[in-house]
Design a protein around this ligand. Structure first.
Ligand code: FAD
Length: 478
């Protein structure tokens, strides 16, 4: 039986894996390969938290392959050279992979496809990550979409309820002598003298295909009911927490949609389901934008902001934001949730991003960079869009003058202060009435929370006004 290489990247699953299916369909024995080449994704090589996740996700994939009689061949180095070596070692006749959409990955993959095809190899790429690939939907005038609602109206019609294929129970064994590295050789996890900053992550997460499936099952049985309203409350289990699993392709959006549409929902839950699907739509829209406007990972999408007067970051204030020591509890709780779990609730992401880009008036890149390193779901398309949306510089963004009030957000979405108390234990004994803006009750803070900053690093009202003035300034008016 002739061989085909299956080049795994961010499609770390066996079910609904079109690259694997295509090789099997053609009658090839698939050889599963992972090549570690972070430099090829520069300047967006994976951050520390996603690397820690990747370590476990690769282990899970290898275990799933072994349970079927196969195994993951791990290599490190230039992807093209490693693939060429593997082709020579296995006499593989074909190479399959599932597509990525970031600018650096597209450039590399195009080069590899051209190079290997010209030498007579069958090289095929497939769609495993998106419901609608960026070039398959366009506006009436043939342009890419820049506004979410019409994008989703179009893309939504393409969703299908049919369950995608599952993987066979047995896979052929790769050649016994085919050598590879151990996953631990890739040194993806934090190692001494670095502290194990990820130690707390794994009580919240189970990387890998089985963990993704469990997350989806739990969501469909539970939080899906009431999602539209409850998803705004950060102290509740009210969203799917599928984002890192989707990022690494441990589950596909097709699988999620098929499960959602394949179920009969009570009429009262239909609005929740539609809203959940539209959030998957935002993921699609982010990829659509990044594909068509690849410069936006670094630059404002809205060019009118090119003259905007961002403030020069004060390193102490930036560090206070990163560490959850700004003195504004809802901001600090979010940044600590991120630090302890590698994830942050969406509403709080918007609040901390607004605080950084509007109250501190720092360029959104400072925030996007920190998220890139600390989120387990750090994803170039979603992160770029999330930051540009909140900063007001994006395509379909919140206008710059809409500035989140962290006090009002805490009062409305964490009214009992459960989220703040969970992540800021030093405020645990403060009464509810003091939790959104403790600096307004300095005596209480001195007595009950002496370790917490006595006032915010920036005056919320004055900084809001300064942001609005900068926004409407003569040179910078967007
Ligand atoms: P659910 O509410 O259960 O939504 C289901 C899925 O839809 C998510 O898993 C995600 O894949 C997608 N989704 C939901 N909301 C959005 C959104 N606003 N934009 C794009 N896709 C969305 N998401 C990431 O996956 N990676 C990031 O790096 C990232 N950075 C962000 C940065 C900022 C400043 C902001 C405001 C948002 C960011 N998001 C990012 C989007 C969103 O916060 C997360 O996708 C969501 O919180 C993940 O939780 P969940 O899986 O429980 O979401």
């Amino acid at each position: 039986m002739s061989h085909a290489l299956i080049w795994f990247r961010r499609d770390l699953r066996l079910d609904d894996n079109p690259a694997l299916e295509a090789a099997l369909r053609a009658g090839h024995a698939p050889i599963p390969v992972y090549i570690h080449a972070p430099d090829e994704e520069a300047p967006w090589a994976p951050g520390a938290a996603t690397n820690a996740w990747l370590h476990r996700s690769l282990q899970a994939l290898d275990a799933d392959l072994r349970a079927r009689g196969s195994r993951l061949i791990v290599r490190r180095g230039d992807s093209l050279s490693e693939l060429e070596k593997l082709i020579a070692e296995t006499r593989a006749e074909a190479l399959h992979w599932n597509r990525l959409y970031e600018p650096a990955s597209i450039a590399r993959d195009t080069r590899i496809k051209q190079g290997l095809k010209s030498r007579g190899l069958t090289v095929e790429s497939h769609n495993a990550a998106l419901l609608v690939e960026p070039w398959t939907v366009q506006t009436g005038s043939g342009d890419p979409y820049r506004v979410f609602t019409p994008f989703w109206k179009n893309a939504r019609t393409r969703l299908v309820a049919a369950a995608p294929p599952t993987a066979p129970a047995r896979l052929p064994e790769p050649p016994v002598l085919l050598a590879g590295l151990g996953i631990e050789d890739l040194k993806l996890e934090p190692a001494p003298p670095e502290p194990r900053w990820d130690a707390g992550f794994w009580q919240h997460w189970q990387p890998g295909e089985a963990g993704a499936r469990e997350m989806l099952d739990a969501f469909l049985d539970g939080a899906a009911h009431g999602y539209k309203e409850q998803r705004n409350y950060p102290d509740r289990i009210a969203t799917s927490k599928l984002s890192p699993h989707l990022h690494f392709g441990e589950i596909s959006p097709r699988q999620v949609v098929a499960r959602v549409l394949g179920q009969v929902w009570p009429a009262a839950v239909q609005g929740d389901i539609d809203h959940f699907l539209s959030e998957l739509g935002w993921r699609e829209f982010s990829h659509h934008l990044l594909f068509h406007l690849p410069h936006t990972a670094q630059e404002n999408l809205n060019p009118k902001f090119s003259e905007f007067r961002w403030a020069k970051p004060d390193p102490a204030h930036l560090a206070a934001w990163q560490r959850g020591r700004t003195g504004v509890p809802i901001v600090d709780a979010g940044m600590r949730e991120l630090w302890h779990t590698g994830w942050m609730h969406n509403r709080v992401r918007m609040v901390v991003a607004s605080f950084l880009t509007k109250n501190l008036r720092y360029h959104w890149k400072h925030g996007a960079d920190w998220f890139w390193d600390t989120l387990v779901d750090a994803d170039l398309a979603n992160n770029t869009q999330g930051w540009q949306w909140t900063a007001g510089t994006g395509a379909d963004a919140a206008p710059y003058f809409r500035i989140f009030s962290p006090i009002a957000q805490a009062q409305k979405f964490d009214p009992a202060g459960k989220y703040i108390r969970r992540w800021l234990p030093e405020l645990a004994t403060l009464p509810e009435s003091a939790l959104a803006a403790p600096w307004e009750q300095p005596d209480l803070v001195r007595r009950l929370a002496p370790g917490y900053p006595s006032r915010p690093i920036v005056d919320l009202k004055a900084s809001r006004e300064a942001a609005l003035a900068a926004y409407s300034g003569p040179k910078s008016k967007p």
